[in-house]
Design a protein around this ligand. Structure first.
Ligand code: NAD
Length: 392
C-alpha cells in the first residue's frame, strides 16, 4: 500500500501530516511513503530529510494517485484549496486528515460522491486506547501554550513577580476560562512564566486538575450538576445560566491582566463568557486571547484572526495557533496519523473494520455515500437504513 503526504494549501497552515522521523517506521512496516515536494518546508523539514527517511518526493497529482492520502487539512478544513483537490480524487482512494465534518458536511459529501473513503481525525473517540491518535488533544495542548505566549508579548507588563533595585514588580493575573486540554496547558504555561493564575470551568470535575497545576479554581455559586456530557465534554447550558455566569465572572475578569478563553461545546457555537461591558471594566493594557473566536467567540467583539482594541483592552482571536509552532505540532500530528494508520492497517485496511470503534467513529464516507450518522444529520440526509458497505 502506498500513502502520500500532501503539501498544505490552507492560508497560514505550516504543519505537515508526517515528519521525516515518522516515515521510517511506516516504511519498515511495509508501506510505501511518498511526500509532495516541499510539503514539510514550512515546518522545517526538507525534501532531502524525507528522502533520507525512505520516502519518495512526488508532485501533487502523483500524491493523489496513492492508495492513501494523508493531510493536516482536507475537504472542508482546507478552504478554497478543496475545489482544485476535489477533481484530483480517485474512487477507492483513502483520505485521512482533519476535514471539519460537522462544520462543513457539504465538502465531505462531495468527497463521498467521488467514491473515496474519508476518515476524519477530529472524530477519533476520546478513549484511552485512542489517546495516541487524538489530534484534537495533541494540537490543543500546544495551542494553549502558544496563547499564553501571545498574551505575554502584547501585555505591557511582565508575567512574573520581580524584585529589583529599582523596585518590585507584582505578578500579572492570568484567568483561564475553560480548563480542557488547551486551558490546562495555558494554566501550566502561565504558572511557569510566573503569573498568578486562576481558572474557571463549568465542569466541577476540573477543579482538582486546576489546583494540581498550582492555580486557583474560581468557584461560582451556580448549579453545574448537569454540565458534563458523555466523554467528559461540557453540555450547552441555556441562556439564563450563561447570563448568571457572566454576572458572577465580571469581577474576576475585571481584576485580570490576561484572560485566555478556551470554552467550547462540541459541535455548537461557543458560549459568550465575556461581554463588552465586562471588557470595559478591565484595566487598559489588559489582554484577552479568545481561542474560541473561530467558533463565534467566548468574548464579545473578538474577531477571527484579528486584533481588536476596545477600551484599551487588546482582544486577539487567533484561529490556528498550532500552525505557529509547526515543527512540534507536526511531530505530534504525525505520531497521531501514523498510529491511526497502523491501527487501520492492522484491522485489515483497505477492508474497513466497522466493528472497531476507532474505525467506525472516524469513517465519514465510503462506497459513494456519507456513512457517519452525525455528518449525515448535519448534511440534512436521513439515517442510513443498512450498515455501511465494507470497501476500500
Ligand atoms: P473542549 O475544547 O470541548 O472545551 C474546552 C473546555 O471548555 C472544557 O473543559 C469545557 O468544560 C469548558 N467549557 C464549556 N462551556 C463552558 C462555560 N460556559 N464556562 C466555562 N467553561 C466551559 O474540551 P477538550 O479540551 O477537548 O476536553 C473535553 C474533555 O475530554 C475533558 O474532560 C478531557 O479530559 C476529555 N479528554 C479525554 C481524552 C481521552 O480520554 N482520550 C482526551 C482528551 C480530552
Amino acid at each position: 500500500m502506498k500513502v502520500a503526504v500532501l503539501k498544505e494549501t490552507f492560508p497560514g497552515e505550516r504543519r505537515v501530516a508526517l515528519v521525516p522521523a515518522a516515515v521510517g517506521p511506516l516504511v519498515k512496516s511495509g508501506l510505501e511513503v511518498a511526500v509532495e515536494a516541499g510539503a514539510g518546508v514550512a515546518a522545517g523539514f526538507s525534501d532531502d530529510a524525507y528522502r533520507a527517511a525512505g520516502a519518495t518526493i512526488v508532485s501533487r497529482d502523483e500524491a493523489f494517485a496513492a492508495d492513501g492520502v494523508l493531510a493536516v487539512r482536507i475537504c472542508g478544513a482546507c478552504g478554497d484549496g478543496w475545489c482544485a483537490d476535489r477533481d484530483r480524487l480517485r474512487p477507492g482512494a483513502i483520505l485521512i486528515g482533519m476535514c471539519d465534518p460537522l462544520g462543513e458536511p457539504g465538502a465531505c459529501s462531495e468527497a463521498a460522491d467521488k467514491g473515496v473513503t474519508l476518515f476524519a481525525l477530529e472524530l477519533v473517540p476520546r478513549i484511552t486506547r485512542a489517546q495516541s491518535m487524538d489530534v484534537l488533544s495533541s494540537q490543543a495542548n500546544i495551542a494553549g501554550y502558544r496563547a499564553v505566549l501571545l498574551a505575554a508579548n502584547v501585555l505591557p507588563r511582565i508575567l512574573p513577580m520581580m524584585t529589583t533595585a529599582a523596585g518590585t514588580l507584582t505578578p500579572a493575573k492570568v484567568l483561564v476560562l475553560g480548563a480542557g486540554v488547551a486551558g490546562l496547558q495555558a494554566i501550566a504555561t502561565a504558572k511557569r512564566l510566573g503569573a498568578q493564575v486562576s481558572a474557571y470551568d463549568v465542569r466541577p470535575a476540573v477543579k482538582e486538575q486546576v489546583q494540581s497545576l498550582g492555580a486557583k479554581f474560581v468557584e461560582l455559586p451556580l448549579e453545574t450538576g448537569s454540565s458534563e456530557a458523555a466523554g467528559g465534554y461540557a453540555k450547552a447550558m441555556g441562556e439564563e445560566f450563561y447570563a448568571q455566569q457572566r454576572e458572577l465572572l465580571g469581577k474576576v475578569v475585571a481584576d485580570s491582566d490576561v484572560v485566555i478563553c478556551t470554552a467550547l461545546i462540541p459541535g455548537q457555537k461557543a458560549p459568550v463568557l465575556v461581554t463588552g461591558a465586562m471588557v470595559a471594566r478591565m484595566r487598559p493594557g489588559s489582554v484577552i486571547v479568545d481561542m474560541a473566536a473561530e467558533r463565534g467567540g467566548n468574548c464579545e467583539g473578538s474577531k477571527p484572526d484579528e486584533t481588536v482594541v476596545v477600551d484599551g483592552v487588546t482582544i486577539l482571536g487567533p484561529t490556528n495557533l498550532p500552525a505557529e509552532v509547526p515543527a512540534h505540532t507536526s511531530q505530534l500530528y504525525a505520531k497521531n496519523v501514523a498510529t491511526f494508520l497502523a491501527h487501520l492497517v492492522k484491522a485489515g485496511l483497505p477492508q474497513l473494520a466497522l466493528d472497531d470503534e476507532i474505525c467506525r467513529d472516524t469513517l465519514v464516507a465510503t462506497g459513494g455515500q456519507l456513512v457517519h450518522p452525525k455528518v449525515r444529520e448535519r448534511a440534512g440526509l436521513p439515517p442510513l437504513a443498512a450498515p455501511a458497505p465494507a470497501s476500500g
